[in-house]
Each structure stands twice: as C-alpha cells, then as structure tokens.
Design a binder for this molecule. Sequence first.
Ligand code: SAM
Length: 247
Amino acid sequence: MPTSCPISIAESISEAEATHIAHEYGLALASSPDAPYLAVTETGLTLFIQSEKNALQFCPDLGFENALQRQEEGKTLLVNALGKRQLGETIIDATAGLLRDALTLRLSGFEVIALERSPILYALMHEALKRAKDHPALRLALSKGFNFIHTDAKDFFSATKNNTPAAVIYLDPMFEESKKTAAVKAPMQALRALLQHEDAPETLLEAALDSPVKRVVVKRHKNAPVLVAKPSQQLAGKSIRFDVYQR
Ligand SMILES: C[S@@+](CC[C@H](N)C(=O)[O-])C[C@H]1O[C@@H](n2cnc3c(N)ncnc32)[C@H](O)[C@@H]1O
C-alpha cells in the first residue's frame, strides 16, 4: 500500500531489512531522513521524533505490565457501553491507535477487528503485536479473534455495508484537549505528532452510523459536546464518557 507519508526508515539497518519493512508497510525509504522516522533497534521498530524541545523514541510494548493493568482499570465502563453482548461477538475498533482499547476488548472475551489508518502507527503496532504474541498474558488472546487491519475505517464501513462482520462499532477519535496539552506521556506525544491531519470525528461517526451494526459507541472527553444527534445513552467515568448510539 504505497503512501506519501513523510516518514522514512533510517540507514542504521541493513538495506535488505529496510527494504523489506518499507515494502511490508508501504513506507518510503530515505537514506538520511528528517525526524520523524522509523528505525529497527534492539527492541524493535521504533519511531524517532525530534522537536525543538526534546527527542522522543517510541517502541510500543503491549506486554508491559502497566499497560496490561491499565486495560483492567478502563475495562468496566467500556464493556458496559457495549450493552448486553454474548462473549465471542465481534467488535470493530475503528480507531485502533495504540491498541489499548482493542486489547481490552479482546481480553474481555470479544473478537476484535481493529482498524488503523496511519501507516506509521499501523507499522509500529503491527510489529508490537508480533513481539507480544509470545507474552504469557497475551498469547492466547492474540492467537485468534484479533484482526488488525491497515485501512481507513470509512472505507471498511462502506465495503461491509451489506454484510457487516460486527455487532458494535467502537470509536475513539483523538480528543481536542490532548492535542493541546503539553504534559502528555510519551506514547500520546508520538500519537499527536503523527496524527495532525485527522478527519473531523463527526464524519467518522456518521459513516459508522450508516453501517448496519446494532450499536455504535464513541469515547469522548467527559465534558465534550456530543458529536452528532442525541446518543441513546451516556456512560461517564472520571475523565471520559462513552456516548452510545443504539440502532
Ligand atoms: C485517540 S487514538 C485511539 C487510541 C486507542 N483507542 C487506544 O486505545 O490506543 C485515534 C486513532 O484513530 C485513528 N484514526 C482516525 N481516523 C481514522 C479512520 N478514519 N480510520 C482508521 N483509523 C483512524 C488515528 O490514526 C489514531 O491512531
């Protein structure tokens, strides 16, 4: 999938390896890339971002203890927002990002189709998934029922309009607030740097609502206005809220 994304793979890896990775993820190769760029380090595919103030390296670790714990903490509200569901039903996480919510859903017993539009984020997280496949807490969950796809969710919705594979579509568009906050954690800084040209979240929600699923769930900042129409239900936590559109 060729892309015009302005990111490159550093020369620090062998040409053959660089070409292989570039080809796998449709990324452009450059011999002396400007940051941000990707490189293969000892830990795995890593994003390097240089800003005026600092340099950031980001190599996601899905098996990291704190990350798994966070899945547990955020789990209840998200699972409640899905409504009464049978375990094993399929949920589309249409904004996969760092895969935290997608893994929460999978570890809660649902099958997950996770969609990510950004080629860089897809490459980083796809490599992180490969590394996590042997992690004791993730091995089983990732061995089946977890499908990570590089696509724009709007394209996926329109391609599956007459035959949707899922009961629920879940959306977590980037919060406006987190784009502005300076003191965000490294992974969020990485996300923010990569995703400056996001679609309006309303457009994505409207496309999801056109899909013949039973329910659409949107994560919002607790005090943010609703995106479109009036949700059938709202579930609020300490800082976030889930708006539920029941069909
Ligand atoms: C706030 S992040 C989601 C974080 C995610 N819920 C998690 O738990 O890590 C939003 C993500 O949605 C992706 N995204 C935005 N619009 C999209 C679209 N139309 N199709 C697929 N992915 C999209 C962005 O690239 C970004 O990675």
